[in-house]
Design a protein around this ligand. Structure first.
Ligand code: SAM
Length: 281
């Protein structure tokens, strides 16, 4: 049976909110708009079977909704004061655990979790959101899905399709591993203090099996990086340092295209051709 505890009392939540001065270096923009918070929780759609990991719970804006709705909630919060406040309010909840730690140093393999079971959520500190996503991809064997609040500009890049102006390295490398869904935008007015940029909610779900597996993912990264470093050049010119025109010409793709016009599958073809020719050298 799932244990459903009481919500955090509004007195505790208010006391926490009043005493804390937001720390810029930790990217602290706290969600205040109840409608937005409820919309995010609806999008996460927690169930009584879920094991949720929340990154940066802050003053508990999402935490207090997630806690009564899931089987286990673990939060990772770097700010010692906020972690202490949360612990004070919630330590009695048996299925709640706080890790006062930097998420980028947290070893997710130490969690008691089955393959593809963890649901990761977080209104991420924007200054470290990209490193956090790539860090989590190392643990994708454990992850079912990730729902994040990010800068709108980052979400646009994550969800960009071939040919879009935001299409590039970030989108390609994340889409290699995950299905990406831009859920909705969130106005700055929903936070205190207000961030200078617009925000959006995105869901990343690691593919059960990779749709376009590369022989060597590091080679794929290098090809994509090299192509997009010279965005205006056509492919056969920008990739000269990595692959000969003869090898490129054996592939079923147009090498006079610019990098934004090639699909993930095209990049994998090029990367595999390079890995193959390296092996035959
Ligand atoms: N979830 C809260 C909300 O929506 O109101 C707070 C979100 S605030 C944008 C980001 C949170 O991440 C802050 O609580 C901050 O202290 C925490 N944080 C910043 N850097 C972190 C890190 N490296 N590891 C874990 N938490 C971090």
């Amino acid at each position: 049976m799932v244990h459903i505890p009481h919500k955090m009392s509004s007195k505790t939540a208010n006391a926490m909110a009043l005493q804390h001065r937001p720390r810029k270096r930790f990217g602290q923009n706290f969600l205040r708009d109840t409608n937005v918070i409820e919309r995010i929780v609806d999008a996460i759609h927690p169930t009584g079977d879920d094991h949720i990991i929340e990154i940066g719970p802050g003053q508990g804006a999402l935490t207090k909704y997630l806690l009564p709705a899931c089987r286990k909630l673990e939060v990772i919060e770097l700010d010692r004061d906020l972690a202490a406040h949360l612990a004070e309010g919630l330590q009695k909840e048996e299925h709640f655990q706080i890790h006062q730690q930097d998420v980028l140093k947290f070893d997710f393999d130490t969690l008691d979790a089955e393959e593809k079971s963890l649901r990761i959520v977080g209104n991420l500190p924007y200054n470290i959101s990209t490193p956090v996503m790539f860090y989590l991809l190392k643990y994708q064997h454990l992850i079912k899905d990730m729902t994040f609040m990010l800068q709108l500009e980052v979400v646009n890049r994550l969800a960009a399709k071939t040919g879009d102006k935001n299409y590039g390295r970030l989108g390609l490398m994340v889409q290699y591993h995950c299905q990406v869904e831009h859920l909705f935008n969130v106005p700055s007015a929903a936070f205190t203090p207000k961030p200078k940029v617009s925000s959006a909610i995105v869901r990343l779900a690691p593919h059960p099996t990779l749709p376009a597996p590369a022989r060597d993912v590091n080679c794929l990264k290098l090809v994509i990086r090299t192509a997009f470093n010279q965005r205006r050049k056509i492919l056969k010119n920008s990739l000269k340092s990595l692959v000969s025109e003869e090898v490129l010409n054996t592939l079923p793709l147009d090498t006079s295209l610019r990098p934004e016009n090639l699909s993930l599958q095209d990049y994998v073809l090029i990367s595999d051709a390079i890995s193959n020719s390296d092996r035959n050298d």
